[in-house]
Design a protein around this ligand. Sequence first.
Ligand SMILES: CC(C)(COP(=O)(O)OP(=O)(O)OC[C@H]1O[C@@H](n2cnc3c(N)ncnc32)[C@H](O)[C@@H]1OP(=O)(O)O)[C@@H](O)C(=O)NCCC(=O)NCCS
Length: 171
Amino acid sequence: MDSPRISIRPFKLSDVDDFLEWASDDRVTRYLRWNTITTKEEALTYVEKVVIPHPWRRTICLDGRSIGYVSVKPESGDNKCRAHVSYAVGAAYWGQGIVAMALRVMISSALKEFPDLVRLEALVEVENRASQRVLEKVGFLKEGLLRKYGFCKGEIRDMFIYSFLSTDKIL
Ligand SMILES: CC(C)(COP(=O)(O)OP(=O)(O)OC[C@H]1O[C@@H](n2cnc3c(N)ncnc32)[C@H](O)[C@@H]1OP(=O)(O)O)[C@@H](O)C(=O)NCCC(=O)NCCS
């Protein structure tokens, strides 16, 4: 999708109702490192304490309203050359190219905003085919399988690792 109705911007506290709409859906949070958010109070605390202070987390908007997010978290010290990427969009919007579009914007913005970055990386569960496909669509390279790499929803999982280097071409 390349639509003028889709945009990316920092979160605001006033996004909380729209945020709750997709963050309360277990299908959306299933492969994310954070848990489904069920109440408005919880959503407000999360947006205020976690989302807004994040180094680079943007909401994906449809007609200005939050329908998902994309984030980049650079490491520090000797590892500041790399950053971890994360993303999701409400289930009603899956399969429309929205996250692919958001990732393309994210890559060029993050590489400009964090000049030390040379590598963006993403970890994806083996069953999460849509997430693997979206990364491949925008130019990330699957580097391999990390066996029993980390916890997701209480279980230690195998994960594919993907990377995009600052010298790679955005597809
Ligand atoms: C993964 C996710 C971000 C993809 O977002 P999206 O906006 O639907 O992505 P796009 O439409 O740009 O591309 C999805 C691609 O995956 C493909 N796809 C979808 N389901 C698939 C499946 N089960 N198997 C293989 N491919 C699949 C689509 O056909 C599309 O590819 P195409 O354009 O070649 O047809 C979205 O499904 C989501 O938010 N999931 C929940 C959160 C999540 O898993 N985040 C990633 C954590 S690593």
